[in-house]
Structures are given as structure tokens and as C-alpha cells.
Design a protein around this ligand. Structure first.
Ligand SMILES: NC(=O)OP(=O)(O)O
Length: 309
């Protein structure tokens, strides 16, 4: 119903493949079960948009493409589009099962191919920062023909990641949401495109899904923006003896911790910036939480809760 609040929830691609897993289809489908059972229940009270990352999946598909010389290798934005179908299918099939078990037979859902406009002069093209694919040992660094960078979780291949400016299908997404479809979109941060008037051209990059989700959440005026990941929220002094979960704070306080460098640049800081931008633009609540705690976090009892005041 149109009067239900709009919840936009973003799942990390890393959260679909847990630490130590290779990322088989059955592992990813199994990892989706707990979050989607929660979302199926929440669909009674919220209009829902699901976005998702693709870092591990897009990197794995790229490796498969590069390993085969018999057929042409696709450019990165087309591989990103493949992950929208791949992960969208896994989310749809798991959601369908969850809705069926709850006896919610009339709920409709759809996965939408989504373009996201970027600027062709974005500095992200010259300085690759987006980690994709598997982790590498330091001994591998000299053996692979692509750029590796040390992230807070380990050594990974990195690709260009321009900032998202606008979501091309935002009106279609809003209309589907208002019809109470659960909409799965903006997969992998969206397919990066440059706009030339009415024409869009794909560019080789992977957009940060948290930043793209924040743009979409503001553009469709979501009432609540949740980033669900593999940790319980944003921590200060992460990895140190006194590390502490930030439970409830204002957007100014969150920005100040970010300025102090409290959040790792390749993982938590983009989530913090995405939530801060949404709260500043809309005045609505933003939450960072664990994938298993979505319901509790939406109720305000778990995760990091960020508000304007
Ligand atoms: N595209 C993207 O941000 O993916 P991850 O969330 O998997 O890093």
C-alpha cells in the first residue's frame, strides 16, 4: 500500500560470501536465507527496495572471462550487468521461498537492470580503489597482471570506481515501489554509464553500492535506509582492545569520527558516508547493521542508528 513507509536495504556482495567461503552458488543462496526471511516478514509493514553489492562476484566472473581464450571477453560494465542477473536471481528465488513459508502468496517482486550515471572526468578512473574478486597472498602480487591493493581485509584486485550521480531508472523504481512490488535494483552499484544527451555509454568500472544506494534512497525519498553487512555496525577504534560499537549518534558526530579516520577506507567509511549523505539530504534515519539483525536494527535495538539531530 502506498501509505506504508519505504525501506531501502543494501546488502554487501561480501556479505553473500562469508569469510573463508569460496562463493559456491549453494553458499550464497544459504547466506541469503536469514536476511530474506526477515525482509519477507517486514514486507507486511514496509514497501521494500533491495540493492546489493557484487565485489566478489564481479571479480570472479572477470577471472573466468580472462581464463578463456575461445570466446570474447566482455567489458567490465557488461560483467557488472551479468551480476545484476546472477544475484538478482538468487535474491528472488530465496525471497520467493521465504514468502511462501510465511503464507504471503500475493507479494510481487521484480529485479530491474539499473544504469547509474557517472562523470567521465571523475578522478576515480585514474586511481582504482574498488576491491573485487578473491584475496591474494603477498607472494601472488608479482604473478598477476593486474593492480592489487592492500585493503583492511587483505590484498585484492582493484578497479576504477567513479562516484554515482543519479539512478537512471529512479522513476520506474518509485512507481513499482508504490505498487508494492519488492524491487531488487542497483545491483553492484548499478551499471556505470556516461550520459551524452539522450544516449548512455557504459564505462569499465564498478560503482560502490553503498554510495549508489544512498543516491537512490534520497531520489525515491525512502523513509529508512539500512546497510546490512557482515559486522554489527560502525565501530570506533576498530581492531584495537577498546573497540566500541557506535549505537546511536547524530550525523554530525558520525562525520566527525569519519574525519578522524576512525573507519577503514575500503569498507566501513563508504558505508558511513552513504548513510551520512542520506540523513543530511532527507532528515530520515540511516542504519548500519549485521545481515542477521535487520529486524532488530529497524526496531532501533541493534546496529548503528544515525539521525539528523
Ligand atoms: N559494488 C560494490 O560495492 O560491491 P561490494 O558491496 O560487494 O563491495
Amino acid at each position: 500500500m502506498p501509505n506504508k513507509p519505504i525501506l531501502l536495504i543494501a546488502f554487501g556482495g561480501n556479505a553473500l560470501i562469508k569469510k573463508g567461503q569460496s562463493g559456491t552458488a549453494s553458499q550464497q543462496l544459504s547466506n541469503l536465507t536469514a536476511p530474506l526471511e526477515q525482509l519477507a516478514k517486514l514486507s507486511r509493514d514496509y514497501r521494500i527496495v533491495i540493492t546489493h553489492g557484487n565485489g566478489p562476484q564481479v571479480g570472479n566472473l572477470l577471472l573466468q572471462q580472462e581464463a578463456c581464450s575461445e570466446v570474447p571477453t566482455m567489458p567490465l560494465e557488461i560483467i557488472g550487468a551479468m551480476t545484476q542477473g546472477q544475484i538478482g536471481y538468487m535474491i528472488e528465488s530465496t525471497l520467493d521461498t521465504s514468502l511462501m513459508f510465511l503464507g504471503i502468496e500475493d507479494k510481487r517482486f521484480v529485479t530491474l537492470i539499473t544504469y547509474v550515471v557517472v562523470d567521465d572526468n571523475d578522478p576515480g578512473f585514474a586511481n582504482p580503489t574498488k576491491p573485487i574478486g578473491p584475496f591474494y597472498s603477498p607472494e601472488d602480487a608479482d604473478k598477476v597482471p593486474y593492480t592489487l591493493k592492500m585493503t583492511d581485509k587483505g590484498l585484492r584486485r582493484v578497479v576504477a570506481s567513479p562516484r554515482p550521480k543519479t539512478i537512471v531508472e529512479r522513476h520506474e523504481i518509485k512507481q513499482l515501489v508504490d505498487m508494492d512490488f519488492i524491487v531488487i535494483c542497483c545491483g553492484g552499484g548499478g551499471i556505470p554509464v556516461i550520459r551524452h544527451g539522450r544516449k548512455f555509454t557504459g564505462v569499465e568500472a564498478v560503482i560502490d553500492k553503498d554510495l549508489a544506494s544512498s543516491v537512490l534512497a534520497s531520489e525515491i525519498r525512502a523513509d529508512l535506509f539500512v546497510i546490512a553487512t557482515d559486522v554489527s555496525g560502525a565501530y570506533i577504534d576498530w581492531g584495537k582492545d577498546g573497540q566500541a560499537l557506535l549505537k546511536s549518534l547524530s550525523v554530525e558526530e558520525l562525520r566527525e569520527y569519519s574525519r578522524q579516520g576512525q573507519f577503514p577506507s575500503g569498507s566501513m567509511d563508504p558505508k558511513v558516508r552513504a548513510i551520512a549523505e542520506f540523513v543530511e539530504k532527507t532528515g530520515n534515519r540511516g542504519v548500519i547493521c549485521n545481515l542477521d539483525d535487520i529486524t532488530e536494527a529497524i526496531a532501533g535495538r541493534s546496529g548503528t542508528q544515525v539521525t539528523r539531530a
